[in-house]
Unconditional design. Structure first.
Length: 385
């Protein structure tokens, strides 16, 4: 791909579930700025939640610069009337642009390329819908649907240039990892010990799994970022858990971590043997960690999310041996249904070496056709050249 011109982008995001949507939007803004030299103006409706991922953010500022990105407070009840739209406008996850901004888009000499950035899906229909135009019902504007996904005919997955090499170097650097664990007052993992990260929605399966680990033969240290799953973890110990607390029961040690920035969360994923992740952003980052992971997909009514889970698993487990494929699928279903986790874990555990090898090959496969940032810039370039 030729180096693109420096376009101006407006990226709109509504903060949902505290961190998921804004996590993706912020990564995309940084990918466009740092990877392609683009000028990005990011509109966010909840700066306080955003500040959990970006501690240096001023939640009271109407406009500020962070990492060469202009961050604006998106006040839905009073959007500025004098805002001039950029060359590209991204509506993240169907967040609905202000009417006045849409009208301003239509009055530009060259209307912006309008992108509706959808949620990630591995379902087959995505390839047929990716990139399709949708004319505005009353304005001379066209919106294009951009679907993140797993196939070459989708928008791909978001990944910074050089990240795989950075991750690989980290996982080979025992001294760096030793220093990392010391920040939590943890020694390096002892022989035979597993380090596991656990980031999930509410899930009774977590109680079942951790109780099994406590009774097991292998030492397991479970790092739990503060969040919705914490009460389920606490039931194993019969007491509430707080940030910074460390408790041990049998062969299980649990340490509660504070919410952290994105770079530090990547280090956690890279440093653990197994990662439990939730939503979309941590799901993608777990794939770049090249470690076995279990995905807690966002629950939907009538178990619609399980269809999306199965679509992903069909892609993800296809290269594995039949036994490993079945075990990982059943483990994922037990985790997302909230029951049967002990038996599923015991069945999956013998396949961890094959799973680890697969995790490394899977990452390479997903990046073969370019990441989401690369595919998005190419999509825009084809319409603005």
């Amino acid at each position: 791909m030729h180096t693109p011109p420096r376009w101006h982008w407006d990226l709109f995001c509504t903060v949902i579930d505290n961190y998921g949507d804004i996590g993706v939007a912020w990564r995309l803004a940084r990918r466009l700025t740092q990877g392609f030299g683009q000028h990005v103006r990011l509109w966010v409706d909840d700066l306080a939640s955003f500040g959990q991922l970006l501690p240096q953010l001023d939640p009271a500022a109407e406009q500020q610069q962070q990492d060469d990105i202009t961050i604006c407070h998106w006040r839905r009840d009073a959007f500025p009337a004098d805002v001039v739209p950029g060359d590209v406008v991204i509506e993240a996850f169907g967040c609905e642009l202000p009417d006045s901004f849409q009208e301003a888009m239509a009055t530009q000499p060259r209307p912006p390329v309008w992108i509706n950035l959808e949620y990630l899906s591995a379902e087959e229909w995505v390839e047929g819908c990716h990139g399709l135009p949708s004319p505005h019902p009353r304005l001379p504007l066209t919106k294009y649907f951009f679907f993140p996904g797993l196939g070459a005919q989708t928008g791909g997955l978001l990944c910074e240039a050089g990240l795989p090499a950075q991750r690989q170097q980290w996982q080979r650097d025992a001294l760096a990892q030793r220093a990392y664990w010391q920040t939590f007052n943890l020694p390096p993992a002892q022989p035979g010990e597993w380090r596991v990260s656990l980031f999930a929605y509410e899930n009774p399966a977590a109680t079942e799994l951790l109780a099994l680990w406590a009774l097991g033969d292998r030492p397991i240290t479970c790092l739990v970022p503060v969040g919705k799953v914490l009460p389920d973890v606490a039931r194993v110990f019969g007491q509430p858990l707080q940030v910074g607390q460390r408790l041990t029961q049998g062969n299980l040690t649990v340490q509660v971590l504070p919410m952290t920035d994105q770079a530090s969360y990547d280090l956690l994923l890279w440093s653990c043997d197994i990662n439990f992740v939730r939503g979309e952003d941590s799901f993608v980052r777990a794939q770049w960690a090249a470690r076995p992971f279990v995905w807690h997909i966002y629950p939907q009514q009538e178990d619609a999310h399980l269809l999306k889970l199965d679509a992903f698993l069909s892609h993800y487990t296809a290269p594995l041996s039949p036994d490993a494929s079945l075990a990982i699928r059943e483990l994922s279903h037990a985790w997302n249904r909230g029951q049967g986790m002990a038996a599923a874990w015991q069945a999956a555990q013998p396949h961890l070496p094959e799973w680890l090898t697969h995790s490394q090959l899977w990452m390479d496969k997903q990046l073969a056709a370019g990441d989401l940032g690369t595919r998005l810039v190419q999509f825009i370039q084809n319409r603005l050249q």
